[in-house]
Design a binder for this molecule. Sequence first.
Ligand code: PMP
Length: 382
Amino acid sequence: MEVYVDNNATTKVDEDVLNVMLPYLKENFANPSSLYEAGKQTRKAINEARNSVAKMLNAEDKEIIFTSSATESNVTAIMSAARNSNGKKRIITSKMEHASILETMNYLETQGFDIIYLDVDDKGRINIKDLEKAINKDTFLIAIMLANNELGNIYPIKEFCEIAHKHNILFHCDCTQAVGKIKVDVKDLGVDTLSFSGHKIHAPKGVAALYIKEGTPYTPLIFGHQENNHRGGTENVPYIVGLGKAAEKIVEDNFQSTAKVKELRDYFEEQIKSKIDNIHIYGDIDNRIPNTSNIAFLNANGNELAIILEASNINLSNGSACNTTEPKPSDVLVACQANLKEYYPIRVSFDTNNTKEQVDYFINKLTLNVNMLRRKNNGNSN
Ligand code: PMP
């Protein structure tokens, strides 16, 4: 049996998504900027996809631009805010953000910007008072994610936005791990810019979107006439069409499959708790996206477990920043002051493609291997 439980890293392309893309890789290849009929057809396909994405986010069509990745969307939003800051220098972000946000902040720091990285508690939560305290007259942007990729934590973005807007500060929100898993409504959240990526919602890698609320000051990252002068480069029509279909399916599904995924995740955690002692689940347990479990076992290191489980065709992520021979713990776990010596986690992220049979197989292999590692390490339990 093969078990893929690394869906926060990427998801499998949906069959319906693939099928709507294929004609645009074959016969419907015209450049959407071409004025003849075939070009008009591909232009129409892009606009329909834009409408599907806008509907999913409760946005206006003209507020959506297509990009190559959530990385590009994040960098575009932050650089645009920085270029329109009117001399202001402070940006507030959190230690839980994705590298695409943090590395842009690192770059801006070298350019004289003043970046505040909010700390988190041991569950990875951000204290709203810390956010309020970090705001000064020089602050022009706050960038905090809706859901964290490693722990699954959901942050109270609506409240954060209200604080930002009270002080005339723009709010950017990375929603890459939230879209498709929980409701993401730009009007309800109140964000000024928002990003998400196709490959986390069963569209292919290499396509994503950026929401820019009407009226938000904007300077492109990539200049050119496409996307209403907001993002240059001939549009990736087949992938944009695929992203539109993925968005449509999320709206149609109305989170029914997500409820199923949550049942699987909760079943997994309950079973593991009943079979293995001395475990720790990282994150804000009662306030997580429904598919994620960042779970650790005393005296059974997550790095070792991930390697051993791969031999049983189970693919998941460990708690490392990268998969080198000497794994370095992720910044997120470090920020939570995780006890990594004793509890080094694996990250399990389920999806609609997972079945109960797969989860039972996984539970069985995980239990066997935790016990095996504990014996090997002379663990004092089980
Ligand atoms: N933000 C978050 C929270 C993510 O999890 C990821 C992908 N791991 C990204 C941004 C970047 O997405 P992309 O791969 O489309 O650049």
